[in-house]
Design a protein around this ligand. Structure first.
Ligand SMILES: Cc1cc2nc3c(=O)[nH]c(=O)nc-3n(C[C@H](O)[C@H](O)[C@H](O)COP(=O)(O)OP(=O)(O)OC[C@H]3O[C@@H](n4cnc5c(N)ncnc54)[C@H](O)[C@@H]3O)c2cc1C
Length: 424
């Protein structure tokens, strides 16, 4: 597909590729081995590579805007789509350039909603790469795909908020360098449904906060670290930690969900491209009944259908990225829902085919097939399950006003001699 990146972006992407060829890919096998044995923390070379990337000006590409003087190279979504696809091939590489999730979506929400003092406290350390963060919304007690169900209580007590509740599946919450959580909870259960919630920032070491055991998704751990549960029992934070006004919580959360979905889709293309390459290699190397398995239609179709999926994923992603650049996330609400379902399902189809082509080796964590499969499956649930996005899409379809009998596109069965009773 032809892309419309600017010369500046093309030059940056070239520098990122050169950096990855020299420093990231040679470490990838070491990282794969590390992830199988010590999933909680990053190996020391990640911090060294982050320092090196930052020194070379290869830093914070995933933000579309930064305040003057803040470190990084902000990019439009259209431009970042090309870079993020490349970074998707090796998921931990996003971390080297400070483009990792869940930090980036948190940074985007803080950039949009935080006061200058709050930016200093929460955004700057993330932009500088001094620490990581997590986003704490989902709760075991309620169906969290409807964010209005979120029940963790945020009660005002003088100049503090007191938090009580339990979260789970919070990506990166237990990473040793995760310093704070962006938490969604209820400040006013009696307010209108869209205004009951608020977002507050909670430092990790606050008394009353307990981090539970790590949980993977079918054994898959994201590069930001495994997910954890978090228990809040009488946790106190100053009211200055609230982002936006009381009742703005769902809107602040939306601000981070748009880049979260968009960037995962961009990386999903890179993962899928890699899976096609791996299927081709595996297809050439394995022989059954005297022929490489790549000689059989089934494997050829697995590759070809995956190519069809990838090209569609890319076209859709670039088109939605351009719309978000033009109209903002609000103006692309419907398109982001279409993108999320379309890419998550397409990526899942590609990963499913790769599993079949790889046979038993698909389940081996040292090859990226198992991780891609688990990740693709998780992506159909996280950041809004398929069904919730399909509901949004359906609700934004406008039904024609005429009945089928009135429609100029339909010959009513009555005109063809069918009686009304036969039609019923
Ligand atoms: C790998 C991974 C990482 C995650 N990281 C984070 C994180 O960092 N922070 C965080 O807060 N959360 C995180 N989550 C949680 C994720 O956001 C939730 O799982 C998701 O929002 C769905 O909520 P739920 O699990 O409560 O499912 P539920 O809300 O209980 O929904 C279960 C199922 O019900 C069906 N359903 C729901 N609504 C409808 C509908 N309207 N129509 C038809 N069917 C419907 C869907 O099939 C859905 O999958 C993560 C999840 C995974 C898997």
């Amino acid at each position: 597909m032809e892309t419309t990146t600017t010369p500046r972006t093309r030059a940056l992407i070239e520098r990122v590729r050169t950096f990855c060829d020299a420093h990231v890919l040679p470490r990838n096998r070491e990282m794969l081995a590390h992830e199988m044995t010590d999933p909680a923390d990053d190996p020391p070379f990640v911090a060294q590579l982050r320092e090196k990337a930052r020194a070379e000006g290869l830093w914070n590409f995933a933000m579309t805007e930064l305040d003057p003087g803040r470190p990084g190279e902000p990019m439009s979504n259209t431009d970042y789509a090309v870079l993020a696809e490349y970074l998707g091939r090796v998921l931990w590489s996003s971390k080297v350039f400070n483009c990792q999730w869940p930090d980036v979506p948190n940074m985007v929400a803080l950039q949009q909603w935080a006061t200058p003092q709050q930016k200093q406290a929460w955004l700057d350390p993330l932009l500088d790469g001094d620490c990581h963060s997590a986003f704490a919304m989902t709760e075991p007690a309620v169906a969290s795909s409807d964010a209005r169900n979120i029940g963790t209580r945020i009660r005002r007590d003088g100049d503090q908020y007191v938090l009580d509740g339990e979260k789970w599946y919070i990506t990166g919450a237990g990473h040793p360098r995760c310093r704070f959580y962006m938490l969604l909870g209820q400040t006013d259960p009696d307010a209108a449904p869209g205004s009951r919630h608020s977002v507050v920032m909670v430092p990790r070491d606050t008394p009353g906060l307990t981090i539970g055991a790590p949980s993977t998704f079918f054994g898959y751990r994201e590069p930001s670290g495994p997910a954890h549960s978090l228990r809040f029992e009488g946790v106190r934070v100053p009211i200055e930690n609230r982002i936006g006004a009381e009742g703005d919580g769902l809107r602040v959360a939306q601000a981070r969900l748009a880049p979260a979905r968009l960037h995962h889709c961009m990386r999903g293309i890179g993962i899928s491209e890699l899976l096609i390459e791996l299927m081709l290699s595996r297809g050439r190397e394995r022989h059954t009944f005297g022929r490489p398995i790549a000689d059989y239609d089934a494997v050829q179709h697995a590759v070809a259908l995956s190519r069809v999926d990838v090209e569609q994923m890319r076209l859709l992603t670039h088109s939605v990225a351009a719309r978000v650049d033009r109209l903002g996330a609000k103006g692309a609400f419907r398109e982001l829902a279409i993108l999320k379902v379309g890419v998550a399902q397409a990526m899942y189809r590609v990963a499913e085919r790769a599993v079949q082509v790889f046979g038993a080796m698909a389940g081996y964590q040292g090859a990226p097939v198992a991780n891609a499969y688990a990740w693709a499956r998780a992506f159909r649930i996280g950041d809004g399950p398929d069904e919730v996005h399909l509901r949004t899409i359906f609700r934004m379809e406008s039904a024609p006003t005429e009945t089928l009998d009135e429609s100029p596109y339909v010959l009513p069965p009555s005109s063809s001699g069918l009686s009304a009773s036969a039609r019923a």
